[in-house]
Design a protein around this ligand. Structure first.
Ligand code: IPE
Ligand code: IPE
Ligand code: MG
Length: 237
């Protein structure tokens, strides 16, 4: 689908949903869907980088996903570790800056170490900012920002009346990044599932029935094209 490369959203966020159903349709185990979702991640990242989208935030594992069977959780952690290891060099050579956002303290030490190494390697890159939301929840993000501001007040570095929406926003995991312009969710579900909450205040929403492993450049292009046809008002008339 045609879209205007001059009017790209600055920040696109994607709820990558439907891996389990994709596998089930094929008579396979859910983990097969997750494995095939990695290719769709690669496609989405390439599309975003090529089209000069500034920030891409992908929801990989929610703070509620721990409630899944232990075997699925551990398969997802193994896959995350493998993908980080195999993809980070390519991300780096494509000038992509990788951030893992979420409560990383729940991960194994090995995974935490790999995350830090990947973030350090790509920290100075100036191209696409790629946020992978892992053990992320919108509630966690807001509570975490509140705690860091409260600590500053307690230490006498900040007055309560100095807390503004801008300061609060910059205390979130997405820091100084622009707010989300376009939020995409695959798999036909039309809900936010505790993804970015504050950051999507004025995002345009695009829902598609395509299951995540089938998400490709055509679907991404369609989402961009639909986004470009929307009239964004931000409260004005
Ligand atoms: C999204 O696919 C991936 C994660 C949440 C980790 P699901 O695993 O939620 O797949 P469905 O929604 O059950 O089909
Ligand atoms: C949201 O999908 C989380 C991710 C895509 C990582 P879920 O499949 O966990 O969401 P619900 O349970 O359908 O709301
Ligand atoms: Mg799901």
């Amino acid at each position: 689908m045609d879209y205007n490369t001059q009017k790209m959203p600055k920040h696109v966020a994607i709820i990558m949903d439907g891996n389990g159903r994709w596998a089930k349709e094929k008579g396979k185990l859910r983990v097969f869907g997750h494995q095939n979702g990695v290719k769709a991640v690669r496609n989405a990242v390439n599309f975003a980088a090529r089209n000069e989208i500034k920030v891409l935030t992908l929801y990989a594992f929610s703070s509620e996903n721990w409630s899944r069977p232990e075997s699925e959780v551990s398969a997802l952690m193994t896959l995350f570790m493998k993908a980080l290891t195999s993809e980070v060099k390519k991300l780096h050579s494509n000038n992509i800056k990788l951030n893992i956002i979420g409560d990383k303290s729940a991960f194994t030490e090995d995974l935490q170490k790999r995350i830090i190494e990947s973030e350090i390697l790509t920290a100075k890159n100036t191209g696409l900012i790629l946020n992978i939301a892992a053990n992320y929840g919108g509630y966690w993000d807001i509570v975490n920002a509140t705690k860091s501001l409260a600590e500053k007040v307690k230490a006498g570095e900040l007055e309560p009346q100095e807390i503004t929406a801008e300061l609060f926003q910059s205390s979130l995991a997405t820091k100084e990044q622009p707010p989300v312009d376009l939020l995409i969710r695959t798999s036909g579900e039309q809900r936010i599932s505790n993804f970015l909450l504050w950051q999507i205040a004025y995002a345009e929403l695009f829902f598609t029935s395509v299951l995540w492993p089938d998400f490709d450049e055509n679907v991404f292009s369609e989402a961009i094209s639909v986004y470009q046809q929307r009239e964004r008002r931000f409260g004005s008339c």
